[in-house]
Design a protein around this ligand. Structure first.
Ligand SMILES: *Cc1c(COP(=O)(O)O)cnc(C)c1O
Length: 465
């Protein structure tokens, strides 16, 4: 087997601005040890997110020049609509400015007080939109999905027995929909099997509940099905994708993920009445139904991206490049979620920094150490992001302390990833030197975006790692 190469050449480049360890110490201190507060120019390799950070193709840039900016009835919209219909088989297509706008409309109409929305794992914006409507979001991921180091092929699956039980206990009339997130972002980018989707559909059918897909990474999920599920090895990805959506009554999508776009999203449905209600809301919040918060050129970029993402040379390279980083780290003994997800490698900071207690934010300390050591920006997904306080204002830690290294699509080459592995391994070898952090200022909600921290030692950044 030869090396799997990047299935593209580079036509246009963006410079990386190098800085020194000393400069990074100053930058980190001035950003109060919060990587969200660092300018992206001061980052060497930016693995904060894979959302909206894809490199677009020459085809997409050419499409952008074809964008027609008419308010109503733009040909760009019809090309976009046709692409979504072809890829998903869902007939009614509603553009939105990004994924959460589609969620807002859907859950405003179907959510509400006393309702429960069931899922494998809800993404944070999805959960926020459900709760904002007054409904409750319930995560029912399978047992394997709860154990970071335990490798299994489909750790994103919903626990169908728990799903069935929850519906029977709560009553189908209180459950307006079930939504499966593919791949499961909050659970480590782990895929859902076709069998699990089919079984979920059967349970929904028995109770008359619609099934939706949070489709942000549908192509990555489909490729995992091809690689790992019996009966799919010989099937072309577009066929697997079609089958996946054939079980759904609708989907929400962020085009900032598996459509290689820098902005955009959509809602796609089968039910005419629901689509009419959605379009009525769309006009208030997003715009006229043939552009929905997007420029005509964005619609073109998405239409082209949706087709490009199903190219199997691309998907092979994509999945393999995440696995490549994961394997390098595993070989060096670095604790990560296994197996590698479709869009990111998740470092297990609890196992990494056993000497740092949860109330000294081992994940954030590790994320800061990676920045100091090599200018790499990841994101803490642990007690800084999800921690709460009890009545005595003691921290109630998050169940897992992770640092996510999300890989932007088509942006970094193998040598960038080799460098990332070198930095992570270097930090791992000297992990005992990493020191904990404490919060000095925080907002009441979503505190991780703006919180200010400092090393518990009272020393400056040079001593943090
Ligand atoms: C990114 C994401 C969303 C929200 O999409 P935005 O475009 O960021 O609003 C919803 N679900 C999942 C699984 C996501 O990864």
């Amino acid at each position: 087997m030869k090396t799997i190469i990047e299935p593209f050449k580079i036509k246009s480049i963006e410079p990386i601005y190098f800085n020194t360890r000393e400069e990074r110490e100053k930058i980190l201190e001035e950003a109060y040890y919060n990587l969200f507060l660092i300018h992206s120019r001061d980052v060497l390799i930016d693995l904060l997110t894979d959302s909206g950070t894809s490199a677009m193709s020459s085809g997409q840039w050419a499409g952008i020049m074809q964008g027609d900016e008419s308010y109503a009835g733009s040909p760009s919209f019809y090309r976009f609509e046709e692409a979504v219909r072809t890829v998903t088989g869902l007939p009614l297509v509603i553009p939105t400015h990004q994924g959460r706008a589609a969620e807002k409309i859907l859950f405003h109409l179907l959510g509400g007080k006393g309702k429960f929305i069931l899922s494998n794992n809800l993404f944070d914006t999805t959960r926020a939109n459900i709760e904002f409507s007054g409904a409750e979001g319930i995560d029912l991921v399978c047992e394997e999905g709860k154990h970071p180091s335990f490798p299994a092929p489909f750790k994103g699956n919903v626990d169908t027995a728990a799903l069935q039980k929850f519906i029977e206990k709560t009553g189908a009339q209180n459950i307006p929909l079930v939504i499966l997130t593919v791949t499961n972002n909050s659970g480590g980018g782990q895929p859902v099997s076709m069998r699990n989707i089919r079984e979920t559909r059967a349970i929904c059918d028995r109770h008359g509940i619609p099934l939706f897909i949070d489709a942000c990474r549908f192509a990555e999920n489909a490729y995992f099905i091809k690689l790992r599920e019996e009966g799919y090895a010989g099937k072309p990805v577009p066929e697997i994708v079609k089958e996946l959506f054939s079980y759904a009554d609708g989907c929400t999508m962020s085009a900032k993920k598996d459509a290689f776009a820098n902005i955009g999203g959509f809602l796609a449905l089968r039910d005419e009445k629901l689509a009419r209600q959605c379009r009525n809301l769309l006009i208030i919040t997003e715009g006229f139904p043939t552009y929905g918060g997007l420029a005509g050129r964005d619609l073109e970029a998405i239409a082209i991206g949706l087709r490009e993402v199903m190219d199997e040379h691309y998907l092979q390279y994509r999945i393999r490049s995440i696995e490549y980083l994961a394997n390098k780290l595993i070989d060096a003994g670095v604790p990560i979620i296994r197996p590698a997800g479709g869009h990111a490698v998740y470092l297990d900071a609890k196992a990494f920094n056993t000497h740092i207690p949860p109330d000294q934010y081992p994940g954030q300390a590790l994320a800061c150490a990676l920045y100091l050591a090599g200018g790499i920006r990841g994101v803490e997904i642990g007690s800084l992001m999800f921690g709460k306080y009890d009545a005595a204002r003691r921290l109630v830690p998050a169940p897992m302390e992770l640092v996510r290294l999300a890989i932007p699509r088509r942006v970094y080459t193998q040598s960038h990833i080799d460098y990332v592995a070198e930095v992570v391994i270097e930090v791992f070898r000297k992990k005992r030197e990493i020191q904990g952090l404490e919060i000095t200022e925080e907002a009441p909600m979503l505190r991780h975006f703006t919180a200010k921290l400092r090393p518990v030692s009272g020393n400056g950044p040079a001593a943090l790692f």
